[in-house]
Design a protein around this ligand. Structure first.
Ligand SMILES: [Zn+2]
Length: 296
C-alpha cells in the first residue's frame, strides 16, 4: 500500500516493505513492564499490538519525496535475499521494488538516496544482489550518507552493534561506496530549498531526520526517533537498539516538545499505516493523531 501526502508543492509517498508483529515490548524497551503493557492494552490492541503473539506491530518502509523536479528516497528497508540473524529479516523476498513501481518509480528515476541511519532495516535495498554481487539498486542516484554515521560504524564502539544483526555494512553500504555513488555529508545538509537533513543523535550518533517544507507546510520523516506510539505515552523510553540511550531520550523529548500542538506532519519510520500524523500533548506526556483521524 502506498500513501500519498502533499506538503505545499512537494509530496511524500510511503512505500511499504512489510508490516507485522515483530518485537515484544520488553525486547524493545528495557524500561517497559508487563503491567504497563496491560494498562495500555485498550488502545494498543489490536492496531499496534498483537495480543496472541505478544508483539508490537511495526512497519518497515521507505519514503519518496518529490521536490523541485528531483526524486529523493529516504530509507531502503530490509531488502531481499540478505543473510540476517533475525529470522524475520533473513533471506526475505518482499518485492519492495514492485511497490516502488506502483508508486510510479523505476529505480533509475531516483536522484538521491538518504538513509536516516545505518541500521539493518534502513539500508537493505541500497544495492541488490545480481549474480551474487551487490550492485547499486539506484544507479543514477547520489547516496547522501552522514559522515558521522559512517565513522561510527567503523569505530570500536560501533563494531559490537554492527555484529548484532549480520554484517549489513559490508553487504548494503560498502557496495555503493565502492561504486562511487556516495557523498558523505553533514547531518544538517540541505538537499534543496525544501528538503533538509536535521541531526537527531542518540539512537545512532549520525542519525538524521528529513525536514520537508513548502508554502508554510511542514513534514518531518523522523527515522527511528520514535519506534512505536508507546514512546509518546512514555517519552523517556529509549530502545535496546539505541547506541546512546541517554542522548536518544534527550533528542526525543526535545523533538516531542518542539512539535507538540503544531501542524507539522511527522512520519516515523516504523509506525503502522497511515504512519503520518501530528503530535499532541496528553496529560504530562503526548499522543499521536494519525493523519485523517479525529481526536479520540
Ligand atoms: Zn529501524
Amino acid at each position: 500500500m502506498t500513501t500519498h501526502f502533499q506538503i505545499g508543492d512537494l509530496s511524500i509517498d510511503r512505500v511499504l516493505e512489510s508490516e507485522f508483529p515483530v518485537l515484544e515490548p520488553a525486547e524493545v524497551y528495557p524500561d517497559c513492564t508487563a503491567a504497563q503493557v496491560e494498562h495500555n492494552l485498550p488502545w494498543l490492541a489490536p492496531r499496534f499490538y498483537d495480543v496472541a503473539a505478544g508483539k508490537l506491530i511495526l512497519a518497515f518502509q521507505g519514503f519518496v519525496i518529490r521536490s523541485h523536479g528531483k526524486t529523493i528516497l529516504v530509507d531502503t528497508c530490509v531488502g531481499d535475499c540478505k543473510e540476517r540473524r533475525r529470522a524475520d529479516f533473513h533471506r526475505q523476498q518482499w518485492n519492495w521494488l514492485g511497490r516502488l513501481a506502483q508508486a510510479g518509480l523505476a529505480p533509475e528515476a531516483i536522484d538521491y538516496v538518504v538513509c536516516t541511519h545505518f541500521h539493518v532495516d534502513h539500508v537493505g535495498w541500497n544495492p541488490r544482489l545480481v549474480d551474487g554481487r551487490g550492485v547499486p539498486t539506484f544507479p543514477n542516484a547520489r547516496y547522501l550518507f552522514a559522515q558521522a554515521e559512517w565513522d561510527y560504524w567503523w569505530s570500536a564502539a560501533g563494531k559490537p552493534n554492527r555484529e548484532r544483526t549480520g554484517d549489513y555494512m559490508s553487504d548494503s553500504i560498502v557496495p555503493v561506496v565502492d561504486a562511487g555513488l556516495v557523498d558523505f555529508v553533514a547531518t544538517d545538509h540541505r538537499i534543496d530549498p525544501g528538503v533538509t537533513l536535521v541531526p537527531a543523535p542518540g539512537h545512532t550518533p549520525g542519525m538524521v531526520c528529513v525536514a520537508v517544507q513548502s508554502h508554510q507546510q511542514h513534514a518531518i520523516i523522523a527515522g527511528d526517533l520514535l519506534h512505536t506510539v508507546l514512546q509518546l505515552a512514555y517519552p523517556d523510553w529509549s530502545t535496546r537498539f539505541c547506541a546512546d540511550p541517554h542522548l536518544s531520550r534527550q533528542t526525543r523529548r526535545a523533538f516531542l516538545e518542539r512539535h507538540a500542538g503544531s501542524d507539522t506532519l511527522i512520519l516515523p519510520a516504523h509506525f503502522p499505516a497511515p504512519t503520518a500524523g501530528t503530535i499532541e500533548r496528553h496529560g504530562d506526556a503526548y499522543r499521536f493523531r494519525f493523519s485523517g483521524e479525529q481526536a479520540g
